[in-house]
Design a protein around this ligand. Structure first.
Ligand SMILES: NC(=O)c1ccc[n+]([C@@H]2O[C@H](COP(=O)([O-])OP(=O)(O)OC[C@H]3O[C@@H](n4cnc5c(N)ncnc54)[C@H](O)[C@@H]3O)[C@@H](O)[C@H]2O)c1
Ligand SMILES: CC(C)[C@H](C(=O)O)[C@@H](O)C(=O)O
Ligand SMILES: [Mg+2]
Length: 358
């Protein structure tokens, strides 16, 4: 019997549709090579473009489709100059995370080639860690507040719940258990200053007791920014609060080639969104030069998440195809110093994929 995976595709804004098109193209090429598996794609318009047309950046029909899907592929949403009347950016990806309770932002960082890192003496696989970002609370819990521009101060809250901290810490330990690296989870916090972080650390320590085979450590967030640059090989899995994870995941991307190399998955117990860590990159949108690899590696994460032997095989093949293409430093888009267009690098991955699937 064929298992059909319903995949909702939300291209979004700027380079979002440019990169999602490439991932969907490769998934369509993979499908006939798999036995007993089919993909059904369902595209919806969301983001700034949709808001400008219909006044709603995440229409109910799109949200319902997401809720009834097996997975969601999202490009990017938001444009810096288009804002709600309250001054905040249109960021429906945050609504999706909250409404679908996608509490774990899993952001793997992998160096494919020494040419792609600004650090000296690191080769393929020598920077290889996963940042797990709590994605439904933390400093972002204050995001509904509206700035009173005439007031003398402006406050946001930080919210850490027992449930929220516990489940994301557990996810981080489970991610570490599946990796064949150091089997270490580093909690990135600010427990030297904030009571919310003392609480988060306490819950992390409790969860760590259930994983005696995995080393648990605490690192302050400021020091972790230093260590990620000075000795990134020491990290295996990091788990952290929402905003810290947002900032550190961009720093981490910079170690391995930039935002175009930073895949991500927002995972909950019932749903998951696979999207790159990057945004809509308005500075390069519409030129056909966006790097699709972060999006393609996010699709790899989706194939692995489906928990099906055939899709796992496809995920491994797609990852191997990306690695093979990047092993030749002339195969790069302009963000990484190369000359290939979005479609040209995807063409190269497509050719490598055919070999990898056989
Ligand atoms: N997940 C999301 O949807 C998401 C994530 C981050 C930012 N945003 C939104 O995107 C907009 C732009 O934000 P920003 O400029 O701060 O961040 P950004 O990630 O869009 O861009 C930062 C830099 O990285 C480059 N870049 C990013 N992705 C790239 C790719 N695939 N290929 C080549 N270069 C790439 C851009 O050209 C730019 O120089 C904002 O409105 C922001 O809120 C959305
Ligand atoms: C666009 C923005 C709201 C989003 C976030 O802050 O989570 C992005 O930066 C990310 O990393 O996914
Ligand atoms: Mg971010």
């Amino acid at each position: 019997m064929t298992k059909t995976y319903k995949i909702v595709v939300l291209g979004g804004d700027g380079i979002g549709p440019e990169v999602t098109d490439q991932a969907v193209r490769l998934l369509k090429e993979i499908q006939p090579q798999l036995s007993g598996v089919a993909f059904e794609f369902d595209e919806h318009s969301v983001g700034v473009g949709e808001y400008q047309k219909n006044g709603d950046a995440l229409p109910e029909t799109a949200f319902e489709a997401c809720r009834n899907s097996d997975a969601i592929l999202l490009g990017a949403m938001g444009l810096p100059n288009v804002r709600y009347p309250n001054g905040k950016e249109i960021a429906p990806q945050l609504d999706l995370r909250e409404k679908l309770d996608l509490y774990g932002g899993v952001r793997p960082i992998e160096l494919f080639h020494e040419a792609d890192t600004p650090l000296k003496n690191y080769g393929p696989g020598e920077i290889d860690f996963v940042l797990v970002r709590e994605s439904t609370e933390g400093i972002f819990a204050g995001r509904d507040a509206v700035a009173d521009l005439d007031a003398d101060e402006s406050l946001n809250i930080i919210r850490i719940t027992r449930k929220g901290a516990e489940r994301v810490c557990r996810m981080a330990f489970e991610v570490a258990r599946k990796r064949d690296k150091a089997k270490k989870v580093s909690l990135i916090d600010k427990a030297n200053v904030l009571s919310t972080m003392v609480y988060f650390r306490h819950i992390f320590d409790e969860v760590a007791k259930d994983f005696p085979d995995i080393t648990a450590e605490h690192v302050y967030v400021d020091a972790s920014a230093l260590f990620m640059v000075r000795r990134p090989h020491d990290f295996d899995v990091m788990v952290t609060e929402n905003m810290f994870g947002d900032i550190l995941s961009d720093l981490a991307a910079g170690l391995v080639g930039g935002m175009g190399m930073a895949p991500s998955a927002d995972i909950g117990d019932k749903a998951a969104v696979f999207q790159p860590s990057h945004g809509s990159a308005p500075d390069i949108a519409g030129q056909g030069i966006a790097n699709p690899i972060a999006m393609i590696l996010s699709a790899v994460m989706m194939l692995q998440w489906f928990d099906n032997d055939e899709t796992r095989r496809a995920g491994a093949a797609l990852h191997a195809a990306v690695a093979r293409v990047l092993s030749d430093p002339s195969n790069r888009t302009p963000d990484m110093g190369g000359k290939l267009s979005t479609t040209q690098i995807t063409d190269a991955i497509s050719i490598a994929l055919k070999d990898a699937l056989n």
